[in-house]
Design a protein around this ligand. Structure first.
Ligand code: SAM
Ligand code: DTB
Ligand code: SF4
Length: 318
């Protein structure tokens, strides 16, 4: 059943993904590193910078998120940032070496009355010579068209976990809602950034189901962020057992083999990860990170630590 949807055969079957995921570590990483080298320069890592353009007060109940209004996380909500402040953050990001600027808003979906301001931000950030990405929640067809018309290169919209585990994490929308928005993003001609989070109490089967769902998208997302949960006090998942480093590397390696030409991003969670685990992730095919000392509302290693790590690895941030 997993290999087939309405008579159309899918690229990857669940048993194939399971076999990769469970292979001896050295075999898995060797294969992933080989696929990586066939498609990318293994000594280059793409640098994206995040900015929260609208923080907190979100009506959704994503069990991992500091920004949901349903949980007492102590986060202060704020309004949509003004255009000039966004542009100055973007130009600083560029000066610090980022090549892509990702603007995130804590919304279920944007309001039509915010679209002019959002499109202006996209145009201004793009004019700085940066790739642009936004993550604003669900979109209508018209909103997707407008963002694309303004020059938005990528839209981030994560499936977060397996279809089976989704309702354990989020109840205010469905997995299918996510797929529907991704379809609108594609139809409007933008590139897709879609991934998820590990370390939310999901079973190994959910990790496989999550990667399978991404790999069988036609085409797969151009950008695949794999986040390790940043535990947030006050959220339902705030006390989750952290994922083992080697299990995280397995996720990256499997993603790389399943989606050979996509950017696989070692996303949230580097703050709690050793440099050795991160190095294994880069060996296993991760070729993108978030740079800077903060993500949206949580910490990230920052410029000095990353510069030292990449120097030791002989890796160039691009
Ligand atoms: N509200 C929009 C949405 O959910 O699509 C955009 C912003 S939302 C913060 C973007 C993504 O960040 C989520 O889909 C989730 O994968 C990731 N994320 C949020 N909180 C996280 C956490 N505590 N740890 C790891 N990743 C997280
Ligand atoms: C993604 O997959 N990870 C980013 C980005 N897409 C928007 C967000 C990570 C957020 C980590 C928790 C926080 O800083 O609030
Ligand atoms: Fe809202 Fe996005 Fe956080 Fe979910 S992940 S609560 S939609 S900001």
């Amino acid at each position: 059943m997993d290999g087939e949807v309405s008579g159309q055969s899918l690229k990857w079957r669940r048993d194939e993904v399971g076999a990769l995921f469970d292979a001896p570590f050295a075999d898995l990483v060797f294969r992933a590193a080989s696929v990586h080298r066939e498609n990318f320069n293994p000594n280059e890592v793409q640098a994206s910078r995040l900015l929260s353009i609208k923080t907190g007060g979100c009506p959704e109940d994503c069990g991992y998120c500091s920004q949901s209004s349903k949980f007492a996380t102590g986060l202060k909500a704020s309004k949509l940032m003004d255009r000039d402040s966004v542009v100055s953050a973007a130009s600083q990001a560029k000066a610090e070496g980022a090549s892509r600027f990702c603007m995130g808003a804590a919304w279920r979906e944007p309001k039509d009355r915010d679209m002019d301001a959002l499109c202006d931000m996209v145009a201004d950030v793009k004019a700085l010579g940066l790739e642009t990405c936004m993550t604003l929640g669900m979109l209508s067809d018209q909103q997707a068209e407008r963002l694309s018309g303004a020059g938005l290169d990528y839209y981030n919209h994560n499936i977060d976990t397996s279809p089976e585990y989704y309702s354990e994490v989020i109840t205010t929308r469905t997995f299918q809602d996510r797929i529907d928005t991704l379809g609108k993003v594609r139809a409007a001609g933008m590139k897709v950034c879609c991934g998820g989070i590990v370390g939310m109490g999901e079973r190994p089967d959910d990790r496989i189901g999550f990667l399978l769902a991404l790999a069988n998208m036609a085409p797969p997302p151009e950008s695949v962020p794999i986040n390790a949960l940043m535990p947030i006090g006050g959220t339902p998942l705030g006390k989750s057992e952290p994922i083992e480093g080697l299990d995280f590397v397995r996720m990256i390696a499997t993603a790389r083999i399943l989606m050979p030409t996509s950017f696989v991003r070692l996303s949230a969670g580097r703050e709690n990860m050793s440099e050795e685990t991160q190095a294994l992730c880069f060996l296993a095919g991760a070729n993108s990170i978030f740079v800077g000392d903060e993500l949206l509302t949580t910490n990230n290693p920052g410029q000095a630590k990353d510069a030292a790590m990449f120097d030791a690895l002989g890796v160039k941030l691009v």
